[in-house]
Ligand binder design. Structure first.
Ligand SMILES: NC(=O)c1ccc[n+]([C@@H]2O[C@H](COP(=O)([O-])OP(=O)(O)OC[C@H]3O[C@@H](n4cnc5c(N)ncnc54)[C@H](O)[C@@H]3O)[C@@H](O)[C@H]2O)c1
Ligand SMILES: [Zn+2]
Ligand SMILES: [Zn+2]
Length: 403
């Protein structure tokens, strides 16, 4: 079968590989009909999420059709249309039973202390082959798969595999309440759906911060109040718009490939911090292999964290869903402590968060297809990665039609 395979930092290829087979009685084989490219995949190719094993199939977002189930899989049979949750979970351990499905005690082959197991990630997450492929082996299938209602199309379901639940979870982590002022840092697809989620969870005003104009235009179309960090100082503007109070809640939808402003009033302060940022880049991406303007790690891993802590109100709340690798140790802890902040974070508990969101989509109350900017087929996958990495205009969310 065809699959997008990680070879090394800066080297991914569309390879022909062996079809997956059932290895454990809890596995299922799914024929993928739609997959997608995520900002998380960029971390792996840029080298800001270290520890990938050569030969790992990339991708952790998919919908498809069950082909085969292992002897211990109940609840699904061949022919069922399914969402594959990005993170795997057993459904019966103590973590799963509390809804912390991204911390399942059984799913990560490295053992219960190893944390999240997800498709197409580094060795610490299990090196489990990913979903940018024609077929996939889905471990712990009984709980990692979710059936798709008949009236929901594959295109409507694909953002339920990772993005919509993650964004919703981000607003929950930030404790968004009725009337809150909320700042969303990052206007990629996760930030876009975080804006949508924050409004649906009751936010009064939502501000979106990014440095890419077209992404901010997409946020504006959702009625977010946009701030371009290359033109304005986001902390100063958020203070001004809240009459000095700061925002009640912040959602960090940026992650480790955070950029610092290159122009505008915030650029000078960031420039003064350039050495510290460079040390962070060396810490998180020792193996980075940029090719010209391709696969370049973000130049300021803690920039969004700093702005989040500076712009939130005293006793405010921050929800972090942007991905940061274990190697990154810098966070403005002192400033956060002295403002009495509540900071919650993590990999989305997909299996626990997703079911009610399927109802929102099935009922027509929320249309995720409006957020898909590119539809490609698998032979164009590497070109699509490159366009997405380069931030070419309009490349926000690419869905891969594998059917
Ligand atoms: N926690 C989870 O379970 C989970 C799931 C999916 C994605 N993610 C993470 O969410 C993040 C966003 O994913 P995406 O697909 O939208 O990625 P993306 O790369 O398309 O979007 C990131 C956006 O952040 C912007 N940005 C960079 N520096 C910034 C700064 N200092 N301030 C504000 N904005 C800044 C970029 O311009 C870009 O638009 C990634 O880190 C991804 O790994 C987490
Ligand atoms: Zn993703
Ligand atoms: Zn579990």
């Amino acid at each position: 079968m065809k699959a997008v395979v990680w070879h090394s930092e800066g080297d991914i290829r569309l390879d022909t590989v062996a079809d997956p087979t059932i290895l454990e009685p809890t596995d299922a084989i799914v024929q993928i009909t739609r997959s997608a490219i995520c900002g998380t995949d960029l971390h792996m190719v840029r080298g800001t999420m270290a520890g990938m094993e050569e030969g790992t199939i990339l991708g952790h977002e998919a919908v498809g059709v069950v082909m085969e189930v292992g002897a211990a899989v109940r609840g699904f049979s061949p022919g069922d249309r399914v969402i594959v949750c990005s993170t795997m979970s057993c459904g019966t351990c103590a973590m799963c039973r509390q809804g912390n499905t991204a911390q399942c005690d059984r799913a990560n082959p490295n053992g219960p202390a190893a944390g999240t197991a997800f498709f197409g990630g580094p060795s610490t997450t299990g090196s489990i082959n990913g979903l940018q492929a024609e077929y996939a082996r889905v471990p712990w299938a009984s709980h990692t798969l979710i059936p798709i209602p008949e009236n929901v199309s594959d295109d409507s379901a694909i953002l339920l595999s990772d993005i919509f639940p993650t964004s919703w979870f981000g607003a929950e982590l930030a404790g968004v309440r009725r009337g809150d002022t909320v700042a969303v840092f990052g206007a990629g697809i996760v930030g876009q759906l975080a804006i949508a989620s924050a409004y649906r969870q009751g936010a009064g005003r939502v501000f979106a911060v990014d440095g890419i104009e077209t992404r901010l235009a997409q946020a504006l179309a959702q009625n977010a109040e946009v701030i371009d960090f290359n033109r304005e100082d986001p902390v100063a503007v958020l203070q001004e718009l809240t009459f000095g109070a700061g925002v009640d809640a912040v959602i960090d939808a940026v992650g480790v490939d955070s950029q610092r402003p290159k122009s505008g009033p915030a650029a000078e302060a960031a420039e003064q911090n350039a050495e510290a940022f460079a040390a962070e880049v060396a810490q998180v991406a020792p193996g980075a292999q940029p090719h010209g303007d391709l696969w370049v790690p973000g130049d300021a891993p803690s920039q969004a964290s700093q702005w989040a802590v500076e712009s939130v109100a005293k006793a405010g709340r921050i929800g972090i869903i942007g991905v940061y690798p274990p190697q990154l140790t810098s966070y403005p802890i002192g400033q956060a402590m002295n403002k009495n902040l509540t900071i919650r974070m993590g990999n989305c508990n997909h299996r626990a968060v997703t079911p009610p969101l399927i109802d929102l989509v099935a009922s027509g109350l929320f249309d995720p297809t409006a957020f898909i900017t590119q539809q490609i087929e698998i032979p164009s996958a590497i070109d699509a990665y490159e366009s997405f990495d380069r931030r070419e205009e309009g490349w926000v969310k690419t869905v891969i039609d594998v059917s």
